[in-house]
Design a protein around this ligand. Structure first.
Ligand code: DGL
Length: 257
């Protein structure tokens, strides 16, 4: 049955907008309701329990608003809480996000890949078991993008400070001869132009999960027969646990990307 209810997309803050953008591109008939927590961001250095509490509150809010599906547009919240979320809301599809380790491991030529993500994501069971599955002939270098989330939250991704932070994290990877850099945090695609500048002239691909997640959302809409009507007028709404100013910044950023 056609279903014009919105798809909920959730992140600790602005990062999930990089996923939101891919879903909007791929599924222009679908209305989207974005929840950027904002109040508790960043999640990256927090405990599983804390993040689970935030994620439960976020999904509860989205469900109350009537979403037909939830996309956890946050690797960290997925690592901490996706099982708890799926257990609690077993009647609605919940899509999680994982760093794109598999495609990077399957296509690397040098046998070295780097995964940039938050502390919590890199220590998560799901991530470690994916790495264990694919790292037989591949070295997976795990790196925290220190300061990256804060830079994106401050709308500073084009600043000298951002260039400096990115260089500090990416340049040391050259000595390992990595040819894939996986962006395992949804805030990081906003720093992709800075990363590209640092790796310019080297044979290094930068991979994120946005497009793959949008494809997964499309697949699930068909699987559960819940697409919006063709030609439906999609609406894009934004909510937050922070203040109205933050909400407006979310909306503005979304409209610029
Ligand atoms: N955007 C989030 C992720 O994908 C987390 C950022 C944070 O709050 O630390 O991991």
């Amino acid at each position: 049955m056609k279903n014009n209810a919105p798809i909920g997309v959730y992140d600790s803050g602005f990062g999930g907008l990089s996923v939101w953008r891919e879903i909007r591109r791929r599924l222009p008939d679908e209305s989207l309701l974005y929840l950027g927590d904002g109040k508790n961001c960043p999640y990256g250095g927090r405990s599983k329990e804390e993040i689970t509490t935030f994620a439960m509150a976020a999904v509860e809010r989205l469900v109350k608003e009537g979403v037909k599906m939830v996309v956890v547009g946050c690797n960290t919240a997925t690592a901490a809480a996706v099982s708890a979320l799926r257990e609690h809301w077993s009647n609605i599809p919940i899509v999680g996000l994982e760093p794109a380790v598999k495609p990077a491991c399957l296509t690397t030529k040098t046998g070295h890949i780097a995964v940039l993500a938050t502390e919590h994501s890199l220590a998560g069971d799901m991530f470690l078991s994916t790495v264990a599955r694919y790292n037989k002939d591949v070295d997976v270098h795990k790196v925290v993008g220190r300061g990256f989330v804060e830079i994106v939250e401050a709308d500073m991704e084009h600043s000298d400070m951002a260039a400096e932070a990115v260089r500090g994290v990416v340049e040391p990877l050259f000595e390992f001869n990595v040819d894939k850099i996986v962006l395992g945090c949804t805030h990081y695609p906003f720093l992709k132009p800075q990363i590209e500048r640092v790796v310019a002239g080297r044979d290094i691909d930068i991979i994120d999960s946005g497009e793959a997640v949008a494809r997964r959302v499309e697949w699930l809409l068909d699987r559960y027969d819940m697409r919006a009507e063709q030609g439906a007028v999609a609406t894009y709404s934004f909510i937050t646990f922070a203040d109205e100013e933050y909400r407006q910044r979310l909306e503005r950023k979304a409209m610029q990307i």
